[in-house]
Design a protein around this ligand. Sequence first.
Ligand SMILES: Cc1ncc(COP(=O)(O)O)c(C=O)c1O
Length: 434
Amino acid sequence: MASRKSVFDLSKCARPNILALEPYRCARDDYKDDGTNILLDANENAIGPGLALNKDGKLTNNAPNGSGPAIDIDLLGLNRYPDPHQIDLKQALCNLRNTHAHTSKTLTPDHLFVGVGSDEAIDALLRAFCVPGKDKILVCPPTYGMYSVSAQVNDVALAKVPLQAPGFQLDIPAIKAALSKDASIKLAYFCSPGNPTGALLKKEDVKQILEHESWNGIVVLDEAYIDFAPNGASLAEWVTEWPNLVVMQTLSKAFGLAGIRLGAAFTDPAIARILNSLKAPYNISNPTSQLARAALDPKHLEVMYKNRDLIVQQRERMLKELPKIPGVGRFLGGKESNFLLYEMLDAPKGGKPSNETALAVYERLAEDKGVVVRFRGKEYGCLGCLRITVGSEKEVDRFLEEIKVVLENIHVKAGTINPKEEQRREKEASAVVA
Ligand SMILES: Cc1ncc(COP(=O)(O)O)c(C=O)c1O
């Protein structure tokens, strides 16, 4: 082919903040979901979808005991665009969260935005409220990585106020001071229960931010893991009381439906209207909508609650068994989620929390044993920590067995690691968002 003449220069054409992005990396790039690995890295529901399925995992009109309602995916209707408003789905989400534990007021579909996972809501809020290159969001590390990724995509800067140790609660005086002095902060993202902390935030603390005397911005409460917390913990219905509150939720975690990509943001109708106006019109596909509506039906909800209870049982078991393993350090954070944050120590007795050990445990577990967890040692306040998703009973059996062996071997070989190489591996293991 004759050489083509063109002045095109991608590096000067694309937005600089976008050019600086790294392609999304997830642990599944390295450790496949092909049935050979135990995946305790992404806080998914290890038991399965919260749907009444038959023994082969198929949708059927005859769910277990003939009890489940049919899930009737309308394949013949797939030539048509989906409903852009999703009122029935929104009403089902309201029915779930109208507990009247926090207010006598009632959520209605006009309090809702539904999106492609709660990741869409995180991004939509940034686009709606932050002027690129000018405004900021406030985050409280250690926290969910997508807030900062989405901020970078939108050319929005971060103000950081770390969570307080121990317990990973909000530092209210520091947050209030940051909001008082910087009017360019438009959104404050709080995660409750936190990722990777597993700790539920105090309602009273959230109230103090909502009542800030001068800050004109929005409190975003990410409740992705709320169904693993005690019943009544969700503050979703509080959006009927506060015009400056957004509560995000997802069907990816307790509902076990990460594959359908359905997230929701409960908020005041005025904010919901803005989010619904800026979204792509047909963001929720027909199959997703039908599966989500089914999952919120009482018969299927029963399965979700059963699966959730199984996970909570295994969570309690891990909390009891892990401290007995030599080299496992303190349990940090809270236990209101489907994962636990534990320190790894550099010696079986009297050891200190160590990133070197935690990284070696992470790598040996994944590469030699096929058990994939998350290295979180580079996160604020998480020195030497692994975040471990609670698995099924069999998975927890395997995990407890393997981590004991792996730690023993690492302690025997301690002191043989090259520091430069160690830094590179830590960076690589930290570059995963979930
Ligand atoms: C705190 C938090 N928020 C939101 C999400 C994203 O959830 P979704 O699958 O709904 O996009 C995750 C996923 O790991 C999360 O940990």
